[in-house]
Every structure is written in C-alpha cells, then in structure tokens.
Design a protein around this ligand. Structure first.
Ligand code: NAD
Length: 283
C-alpha cells in the first residue's frame, strides 16, 4: 500500500499504531509528529516512523491519512489547524481519543473527511517508550462514522490500514460510545483514583497501612497510575454521561450506608451475591 500516513502524537497509542501499520503494510510511508523533540528523535531512531518533517504543516499537506493520537482537547485544536491547511482533497482524518461526541460535532463542520476512532486498549504507561505493536491484539477498535454516507464508507480504508493491530472492529454512534465507555472505563477510573486518594489521607493516620496495601487494593487501583492530563481531558469531554453515572453510583453508596446503619444483612448479602453472579458470567 503506497500511502503517506501522518501520525500526530507519538506516545503510547500513536507509536503502537505506527508499529502495527508497518507490520502489515511495510510500503506505507509513516510520517510522525510530536510536540516533544525528544519523542520525535526516539521515534525516528527506533524506526517507528520513516520521516519527521520540519514542521507539522509540512507533514499534513502531503498525507493521505492523518491520525490524531494526542490528548483529546489537543485533538480539537489540531482539527481546527488542519482546516486552515491545504490538505490533499482526498485526505482522510481520524483520531484515537477516548471520547467521541465532542470531536464528531466539531469534525462535522470542517472541510475534510473525518471518521472517529478509539482503539480500546491501553496501559497505565504512556509515552513513546511504552509503544507496543501487539497492544491492540483482540481488543475492540471502535469507529464512529459521520452522517455523510460517502465519508462513512471510507471507514474500510482505516480498517485496512490498521489490520496489523489485529483488533476487532466495532461501529458505534458517538453517543453510544460515550455512554458505554463512561460506564466501563471513565467511572471506574474516577472510583479507582478516589480510593487511592482516600487511602493516602488514611495512611497519614495509619502509617502501617501503606506497607500492608496488597492484592485487592493494588488490583482495583492499578488504573489510577494513568496520565492525569489525559484523564482530565476525558472527564471534561464526557461530562453529561459521567454526571448521570455518578448520580447512580452515589445512590448505590447511600443505599449501602443505610443497610449498614440498619444492619440489613439480607440486603448486604444480596448486593455481593448479585455482583458475584454478574462478574462470574462476564463473557
Ligand atoms: P501519551 O501521553 O502516551 O501520548 C500522547 C503524545 O502526544 C505524547 O507523545 C505527547 O508528547 C504528544 N503531544 C501532547 N501534546 C501534543 C501537541 N500539542 N502536539 C503534538 N504532540 C503532542 O498518551 P496516549 O495514551 O498515547 O493517548 C493518546 C490519545 O489516545 C488520547 O486522546 C487518549 O484519550 C487516547 N487513548 C488512550 C488510551 C490509553 O489507555 N492510554 C487508550 C485508548 C485511547
């Protein structure tokens, strides 16, 4: 496949997708851009990309496909910058951001073809040094297509490009995507980080607790090590869905407090039994 592909953001996701593309399509010319010079140098030296242009604009105007793999708010800024550049008329732009509604609303107004993407795999590690071409194997790769049917059909171009990632492609509307990831990813992230912060205050009163934090606590809080800037962007970008989910969560916590106050053994047992049944039957 002879194509110029520009990847903007050579961190965990951008560099991992670059490796996956190269694996399947060695003839693709990969152009990489990152805000940090050190990252650009590593990506070039490790042959994760073929070319680092002098400026981002220089790479953009010669690209057939452009992938934004930067924090969500940064992607919104880049989309506006791209709209002011003389991109190839057939250029196709996509992103890897963890929320989809906000970016789809903006992209629908811009003068190039855009299809939203979200490779649903990751790590609490970030940056180019964490890149891994197998990161997305068997993970879901969600595409959010625009209303324009001609542009929507171009999703196959991206599916071919990312074949080397060995992910399972799924199509979702932006709204459905944000509701589902809110429940399965963003709310758990808030809870995990809240637990770590609560334990931190607690540890100051009980210094032995830190030493004893093991198994369960470590398992449930692993994701709290992820990049704080990325998660700030994700929360602010999925506010509505998260506010509704947090209301439901708070109602649940209040119920458990009430059962504890009234020593309602049956309700407490049912709470854990229901969770165990559901967890044991996850596909
Ligand atoms: P990362 O921190 O590993 O990489 C982001 C890269 O973007 C860094 O190399 C950084 O230098 C670069 N960058 C930041 N601002 C920039 C700018 N203005 N111009 C050019 N480069 C800039 O983060 P990541 O995990 O690769 O996340 C990238 C995107 O992928 C985010 O939108 C995130 O929501 C999404 N995503 C992350 C995960 C995950 O688990 N990490 C999973 C799926 C999707």
């Amino acid at each position: 496949m002879k194509q110029n592909v520009l990847i903007i953001g050579l961190g965990l996701i951008g560099a991992s997708l670059a490796i996956a593309i190269k694996k399947e399509h060695p003839a693709v010319h990969l152009i990489g851009w990152d805000y940090f010079e050190e990252t650009r140098i590593i990506a070039k030296n490790q042959q994760i990309v073929d070319e680092i242009p002098t400026t981002f604009e220089e790479g953009a105007v010669k690209a057939d496909i452009l992938l934004l793999a930067v924090p969500i708010k940064t992607s919104l800024t880049y989309l506006q910058e791209l709209a002011a550049l003389p991109l190839k008329p057939t250029a196709l732009v996509t992103d890897a951001g963890s929320t989809k509604q906000e970016i789809m609303v903006l992209a629908e107004q811009l003068p190039f073809d855009f299809i939203g993407g979200h490779p649903m795999a990751g790590s609490h590690k970030s940056g180019v040094s964490a890149a891994n071409g197998d990161l997305f194997e068997n993970a879901y790769y969600i595409f959010t297509v625009p209303q324009n049917e001609q542009v929507a059909k171009r999703v196959t171009e991206l599916q071919v490009l990312f074949q080397g990632a060995r992910a399972k492609y799924v199509m979702l509307t932006a709204e459905e995507h944000d509701q589902i990831t809110g429940m399965l990813s963003h709310l758990p992230h808030i809870i995990a980080s809240g637990l770590v912060n609560q334990a931190d205050v607690f540890n100051q009163l009980h210094p032995r607790a830190k030493q004893l934090a093991a198994g369960g606590f470590r398992d449930i809080t692993r994701i709290a090590s992820a990049d704080p800037q990325m998660w700030t962007d994700i929360l602010l970008s999925n506010r509505e869905a998260l506010l509704a989910l947090m209301d439901t969560w708070q109602t649940q916590m209040t119920e458990i407090s009430d059962w504890l106050k009234t020593e309602d053994q049956t309700k407490i047992f049912q709470f854990f039994e229901n969770a165990k049944d559901t967890r044991d039957n996850l596909p």
